[in-house]
Design a binder for this molecule. Structure first.
Ligand SMILES: Nc1ncnc2c1ncn2[C@@H]1O[C@H](COP(=O)(O)OP(=O)(O)OP(=O)(O)O)[C@@H](O)[C@H]1O
Ligand SMILES: [Mg+2]
Length: 398
């Protein structure tokens, strides 16, 4: 059965809603700007038509009253300060141009002419040139392009979307970091409280063990030893909780030895049908800064999951690997049921468990211990459903 806290599914719904909104606003503003651009393009075309008419009046021959209107047409021609335009006369030569910002400096008249001819062809791709009636069947052409304002407007929806996406990411980061801070407080508080609560009965139990030891006639020595071992185990658990509840100290430890000792210890406690092996590439005396107690807890959690995944039968291999940049990895491989692609990230979420009695906390804790207390990494290195899984712990050994 699959369990997971509701907040995660709600969180996903929230993400979908935000993404949908972004999409809606994005396409909305794109469509709206598109309409706006079409309208403005129409208006600019009308303006260029006016401009072409003005040229016709000024330079055409068949307008006897052109002289009277010169000042008007002159003003129309002058007023165009935004729309790039090239006027080509009846001979097909560029007579003059307006608002073409990118003419390179220092061109000879011939080069400038060639440049404008090329520009004209470019303009024709977007807008059909407007005809200037010069009279006597003579026709000129005005080529034009969108004004810079219109060109900028085309970028507007993308700028808007970028800003919105950036805001979205910021909001998400703020939200998740505050959620993480809250989770941290819960973890630390819970761990401290547990250690504290266990402290009293523990010391009382230890006193009882001492008492039993002092009277071997009445209490069977071997039973006392067994109880002492259990008390010892409880003490380890208490210290783990207490160290996760405070800032744990790291110490240089011989990694090979620590893992070896701990796997020996674990091997005695898991099914004999699990074949456990350990191999290491590290030099025998390689030291790594870890908190031994917490690090063992990580290995224990991962190995226990591995044994569960194999239903107590299979192979469990631990491999200590030397990585470049002074990093070491501990790969823990099982021949169990594997993890589906969809669950690869979820296994680290608190509350995610596929087990009847699972709390779904083992890997969450392990990840916290590795990443926050040891500045390392813990992830599923590979997994195949029905074949097995490898978890990798990466530690910095410099
Ligand atoms: N080696 C593995 N192979 C296959 N699935 C795994 C393996 N390790 C973890 N999982 C999956 O990840 C889930 C979460 O593991 P996690 O250790 O966090 O919780 P749990 O084992 O279910 O409960 P507990 O809190 O008791 O550890 C498991 O329920 C299991 O579905
Ligand atoms: Mg577990």
């Amino acid at each position: 059965m699959l369990k997971s806290f509701d907040i995660y599914s709600q969180n996903n719904i929230l993400k979908i809603i935000v993404a949908l909104n972004l999409l809606l606003v994005g396409t909305g503003s794109l469509l709206y700007t598109d309409r706006l651009i079409t309208k403005l393009e129409d208006r600019e075309k009308q303006y260029v038509q006016l401009y072409a008419n003005g040229i016709g009046y000024l330079f055409g021959s068949s307008h006897p009253d052109a002289g009277d209107l010169t000042f008007v047409t002159d003003q129309i021609l002058q007023a165009n300060t935004t729309i790039p335009a090239i006027y080509v006369n009846a001979d097909g030569a560029v007579a003059f141009s307006k608002n073409i910002d990118d003419i390179p400096d220092g061109l000879t008249p011939e080069e400038k002419n060639q440049f404008l001819q090329r520009k004209k062809l470019e303009m024709r791709k977007k807008h059909k040139p407007l005809v200037v009636d010069l009279g006597d069947g003579q026709l000129g052409l005005v080529y034009y392009a969108n004004s810079s304002l219109l060109r900028q407007l085309a970028y507007f929806p993308y700028a808007l979307l970028t800003v919105m996406a950036a805001l979205g990411v910021l909001a998400y980061l703020a939200f998740s970091s505050s959620r993480r801070a809250e989770q941290n407080r819960v973890w630390v508080g819970l761990a401290k409280e547990t250690a504290h609560q266990l402290g009293t009965p523990m010391s009382s139990l230890m006193a009882w063990v001492e008492y039993m030891r002092s009277d071997p006639d009445q209490f069977d020595g071997s039973i006392t030893d067994e109880i002492a071992k259990d008390v010892q185990r409880l003490e380890t658990i208490t210290s783990r909780f207490s160290s996760i509840g405070s800032v744990p100290t790291l110490k240089e430890e011989n990694l090979n030895e620590v893992v070896q000792q701990f796997t020996d210890y674990l091997a005695k406690r898991i099914s004999t049908k699990v074949k456990m092996t350990l191999a290491s590439q590290l030099p025998p005396d390689k030291m790594v800064r870890i908190n031994k107690l917490l690090f063992e807890w990580v290995i224990e959690n991962i190995c226990k999951n591995a044994v569960d995944a194999m239903k107590g039968v299979g192979e469990l291999r631990l491999n200590i690997v030397a990585l470049p940049h002074q990093e070491v990895a501990i790969d823990i491989t099982d021949t169990g049921k594997g993890i589906s692609k969809a669950n690869m990230q979820k296994v680290f979420s608190p509350g995610f468990s596929t087990k009847k009695r699972g709390w779904g906390l083992g890997l969450t804790l392990a990840k916290r211990i590795v990443e926050e207390y040891h500045s390392g990494k813990l992830f599923v290195k590979s997994s195949e459903v029905g074949k097995g899984t490898t978890f990798r712990i990466v530690l910095n050994a410099s």
